[in-house]
Design a protein around this ligand. Sequence first.
Ligand SMILES: Cc1ncc(COP(=O)(O)O)c(C=O)c1O
Length: 385
Amino acid sequence: MVHISEREVELPDAVIGKLLKVAAEDKSVISLGPGEPDFPAPPPIVEYTKQFADKCNHYSPPGGRKELKEALIKKLKKENGITAHPDNIIVTCGSQEALLLATACTCDVSEQIIIPNPSYLGYLPLFQLFNAFPVPLQLHEKDDWNINPDDLKHLIDPKKTKAIMINTPANPTGNVLSRKLLEEIADLAVQHNLYVFSDEAYEKLVYNKPHVSMASLNGMEKYTVTFQTFSKSYAMCGYRVGYAVGPKLLIEAMTKTHIYTTTAAPTISQMVAAKALSMDPKYTEAMRKEYDQRRKYIVKRLNQMGLPTTTPNGAFYTFSNIKDVMDDSFRFAFQLLKEAKVAVVPGKEFGTYGEGYIRCSYATALPKIETAMDRMEKFVKKYKK
Ligand SMILES: Cc1ncc(COP(=O)(O)O)c(C=O)c1O
């Protein structure tokens, strides 16, 4: 007997999965799809993992191990300007789980979360899973994919809106929100008594603009849930360790729910993560510099071949306009894969307003990016309207 819940059936199937599967099976394909660093974990991380291998067979306390929370408190103060106590932090299985817990603990059925569109493809299904109502906030290429505070203001329903989702640096656009814009968003959140869910998964991957944490703004610690992770900054995606920082009562509620989802983040990952915070920053900096080189190259090539691409200030993605070639981003991605053996992600995967765009990841070695750009250039020439 097979019975699948309606909730599950209604979850969208990510096309990215199908594309990346084809890309992985066909060795001639160059994938610009990956959403994770192509670097191995830095050598000290590998060493710590070996050191702790025989010391981690017990469950961690649900909220996270003491030494990791202590290290996080220092990191948050120093790097993000956020003051936190142990009961403001929950350590989770990646920041994805923290996003799930925050949604579960803040939104009742049909309550609303405003989410940028296009944005990270993990948000929308997550909110739908809890029957919360995601309200799309359209972002525009002409604004460099920045949030427009006037548009945001008009979407707030005083009775139903519970939270505003922001993502800086952003996936898929590479947008980094300025302090001024964050202040304008903060004013709206305070005025309407809303949470700000601030996803900062790519906080250390910024190029020309500084990363500013929403919770570091005056008074915003009370309103903000900050989501950070070891996945991108330390190339530790497989360790599955992230965390949320927020108001004590909400973190307590999230911790209660966490006991019924995963119980606790893996002990070994937390021990390694605590050590990673004391590691020489040169490892992350070396990755950031390499991404920066690739970023400059890929943005230039995409623009030159006639796919207008705003310069991303953070993360490791470009978001290119393909409307002069094809209107349908799925068709573009599948045709490109079939004919040119290059995998990219259709913009529509990131929301309806992502249609007409494609995402390329530069978490791929430069020589591969060079070949992929040559192949794409021929493809674009052939199909240009
Ligand atoms: C914007 C954003 N937030 C959160 C995540 C989740 O990352 P993790 O669960 O590995 O911390 C991702 C992963 O790609 C992401 O791109």
